[in-house]
Write a protein that binds this ligand. Structure first.
Ligand code: ZN
Ligand code: ZN
Length: 383
């Protein structure tokens, strides 16, 4: 039930997007039932989308008569990208938010920040502006069929947090178009990151998020591959044993026996070839492409937190987002992972997930992967 609702919701979003885009490009657009659009397209739209002057597009499970199905599958995203050209690849939004932080920020912090080997103390909370970069990527997995996925990666440029849950919670606010407020002065905003820093972050943080997005698809593929391998094995196994049985009752050197032996070999050969075919059929290539970036400017409540480990201390900042109504977790400074708890390293008081302070695979001594991203400092083994 839930997934059906979600599907319907997604389809309507697609229909809205296409309808807005086509109107923006001066097409005449009329909604038709069920879940479709009737379009009168000017020549450049016809060219970009590969449709005629009059066309009907369908977005639901049932199509209006004569409609083409539009969805994430197939090449529709490419066609819309062609229509958009370079426009809309980078947009900026300034949202307002006046929600107050819950009256007990210590408690909010206690929920979000779990440190296994250090203590911390809330120094203060102050209103501030932040800037998020919210990047959308399209991943295409091509095997015996082709599927497209959208992965979203958002980073808070003030704190370096990668607040997946907060970014998800912002989605309804991003869909609204009328809310923008005046931008604060640049000096009140965290500085824009340079390209190299963003690229480095994406290289680290995107792959694990893509794995999550692709997981159901890969699992489905693996299930089908297992099933097909089983079927192949059963079929050839039966043939093989049948041929063996026939061969073994015949005396060696008998021409009939030779023929049966050859048949046994041929079955084994065919089985191996069929297995190779299957492997080729299911081999999956994933390509990733950046689609768009949203620069989102909005007010937050900024918490200053002092981390203490042994005799050392360090102050970090974490933002509470008033639209998502959540405190953002600190980023793992070694892996960009978001799983909890965090551990604090001795030398620089980096906050890392447990894997970021794991023992060296070679010498067994633990070390911080944020301090030493490439080599173990004790034995020099590569990470
Ligand atoms: Zn080592
Ligand atoms: Zn460290």
């Amino acid at each position: 039930m839930n997934s059906m609702l979600l599907e319907q919701h997604e389809e309507n979003r697609m229909q809205h997007f296409v309808s807005d885009l086509l109107r923006y490009e001066d097409a005449l657009v009329e909604p038709i039932e069920p879940e479709g659009l009737e379009v009168l397209a000017p020549p450049d739209v016809q060219r970009a989308l590969g449709v005629g002057e009059f066309s009907r597009l369908g977005f639901g499970t049932a199509l209006p008569p004569g409609a083409q199905r539009v969805g994430l599958e197939g090449d529709w995203l490419d066609r819309f990208a062609r229509l958009l050209g370079g426009q809309g690849r980078w947009t900026r939004r300034v949202l307002s938010a006046d929600a107050k932080m819950p009256s007990d920020p210590e408690r909010v912090l206690g929920h979000e920040l779990v440190l296994d080997n250090a203590t911390y103390r809330l120094l203060g909370v102050a209103p501030a502006w932040t800037r998020y970069l919210i990047m959308d990527f399209r991943a295409s997995a091509v095997s015996d069929d082709k599927r497209d996925f959208i992965a979203r990666l958002g980073v808070n440029l003030a704190t370096g947090a990668l607040p997946d849950v907060v970014i998800k919670g912002l989605r309804p606010f991003l869909d609204r178009l009328e809310d923008d407020v005046a931008s604060p002065v640049e000096a009140d905003l965290p500085p824009m990151w340079d390209r190299a820093r963003v690229v480095e972050l994406v290289a680290k943080a995107l792959p694990p998020r893509l794995d999550v997005a692709l997981d159901p698809f890969i699992k489905g593929l693996r299930r089908r591959l297992d099933r097909d391998q089983d079927r192949l094995h059963r079929y050839h196994n039966d043939l093989y044993h049948e041929a063996m049985r026939r061969a073994l009752v015949l005396p060696k050197g008998d021409p009939k026996r030779v023929r049966e032996d050859q048949r046994v070999e041929a079955i084994a050969r065919e089985y191996r070839a069929k297995l190779d075919d299957l492997a080729r059929q299911y081999a999956t290539r994933v390509t990733v492409e950046w689609v768009q970036t949203l620069e989102l400017v909005m007010p937050v409540h900024r918490l200053s937190v002092q981390i203490r480990r042994r005799k050392a201390d360090r102050t970090i900042v974490l933002d509470w987002n008033p639209l998502a109504r959540r405190l953002e977790s600190p980023v793992c400074e070694a892996t960009t992972g978001i799983e909890r708890p965090r551990l604090v390293c001795d030398d620089a008081l980096h906050l890392v997930v447990p894997a970021g302070l794991a023992p060296c695979a070679n010498c067994g001594r633990p070390f911080c992967r944020a301090c030493h991203p490439a080599l173990c400092p004790k034995c020099g083994a590569a990470v």
